[in-house]
Design a binder for this molecule. Structure first.
Ligand code: SAM
Length: 197
């Protein structure tokens, strides 16, 4: 529980985190990401959700919920955040990770769904009109997984598909996006977006 409380402070007080790390000799240029998004990337998601007229923002791969919480607050749209809690940068167990993320999202209006990306995407039309949704893919970054997720979005008729780690040579996102969509409509940092229908 102590670890969760410390992480809660990290997540909600990024300036304090920066100062604490700088006290340890660790310098962070610009935004603090820690497996999440930079401020510029988050701002792009907020802008895209508004500009594209999406009724709902679906985040596949929530981590601690910071992006989902910001998009919900800044856009007023329905936000659904999906995670199977298989990975986090702090070595939390899946149960600790989920409990921490639920604390961060409490009162935010974000619906947090524990589960895998693909079954969730396959059932999307039972929850919302996919053509009015922006689905942000930031769970698995493996080529085959991302490609299957994009294809699932296409089958479901998702209106706007976006994701993270485009241009990151360590992951298979760029190849999966190009093979399914060609070039994205826009890239900000490593976030990409494509109007799919
Ligand atoms: C890079 S982090 C996501 C960062 C988050 N989008 C943000 O902006 O803070 C990746 C997350 O995806 C989750 N994840 C990985 N593969 C997944 C899958 N197949 N289905 C659901 N969640 C997955 C991990 O547990 C982790 O929390």
């Amino acid at each position: 529980m102590n670890k969760i409380l410390q992480l809660w402070r990290v997540a909600t007080h990024p300036r304090e985190l920066r100062m604490a790390l700088s006290g340890l000799g660790v310098r962070l240029a610009g935004d603090v990401a820690f497996g999440g998004l930079t401020d510029d990337e988050t701002a792009a998601l907020v802008r895209w959700t508004k500009e594209q007229g999406a009724d709902a923002f679906v985040e596949i791969g929530t981590l601690f919920g910071l992006t989902a919480r910001t998009v919900a607050r800044e856009t007023g749209r329905k936000v659904v955040a999906v995670d199977n809690f298989c990975w986090n940068p702090f070595g939390l167990t899946p149960a600790q990770h989920e409990a921490f993320t639920r604390k961060i999202l409490a009162g935010s209006g974000v619906e947090l769904v524990r589960g895998d990306a693909e079954p969730f995407l396959a059932s999307l039309s039972g929850r919302m009109d996919p053509s009015r949704a922006l689905v942000f893919l930031d769970g698995s970054h493996a080529y085959a997984d991302v490609k299957r997720e994009i294809e699932s979005c296409k089958r479901q008729g998702v209106g706007i598909v976006a994701g993270h780690d485009f241009g990151n040579p360590g992951f298979g996102v760029t190849r999966a996006v190009r093979e399914t969509f060609g070039e994205p409509d826009e890239v900000v940092g490593m976030c990409w977006i494509k109007r799919a229908v």
